[in-house]
Design a protein around this ligand. Sequence first.
Ligand code: FE2
Length: 297
Amino acid sequence: MGMDRRDFLKLIGIGGAVIVVKTGNLAGAADKEMAGDTLTFLQLSDTHWGFNDPKINPDFAGTLKKGIAQINSMKSQPDFIIFTGDVTHTTDDPKERRRRMGEAREIIGGLRVKDIKMMPGEHDAGLDNGEAFQEYFGKTHYTFQHKGVHFIVVDNASDPNSSIGDTQLQWLSAELGKLDKDSRIVVFAHRPLFDLYPQWDWATSDGAKAIDILMPYKNVVVFYGHIHQEHHHMTGHIEHHAARGMLFPLPAPGSVPKRVQLPWDSAHPYKGVGYRSATPKTNEYGYVLTEFPIIKT
Ligand SMILES: [Fe+2]
């Protein structure tokens, strides 16, 4: 899917006649119109700072910085930027984990946008229940509001069993209980909440419980990372959109026997790597998504 290229028709009644106005491609507006009343956020995911295999990405130290330079050069800056986990690449060494987090935080601090939201992936948090992540980036689950949209960050990465956990599910229920059933709700998670491909850990063990809790709400969209590729799925009326990673792509779910990083393609550098913007559709539920590549400089 990627960009939503559907045109939409707007009916305007003037002097008894109905004039049909074709408004054109909504997606094209996303990078031109980020200011004003229109909400736009960027989703970056899976930067894996500390990963250093040149066969997978010879620019392992420069890709995130290139992305940040590209974002900083956008004429209109987004309202905020969310990093949906795996900011750092996993390491058994707690000191090295903290070093990577410190470096990543410094690089991310170079963004012109200062409203940055962070959440952990299992590479950041799975080996110490999110301890180091919290030292560097704060809470692992929280809510915030922006321009009438309610955002809920769900941590399904700090628990080594890929679960959200009952305590957090109760918290999710309580937070949703404060909202009207037709509120605009966006959920950010690292892993998919539905069973995309559990054999590859592309699932959340109690994700179905979270979806049940969300189901009574009419306008819910979930953005997640973890799978290093675009993916779009519906559970009932709830949309789920995975973003590409910022360092390397992974194969399509179940397409190969093993989940291994796709090797660097020198004919197409940074193929499958990038980030996205999202902005609410004007007259309907859902979001206009625009996918941005990393451009070789
Ligand atoms: Fe992950």
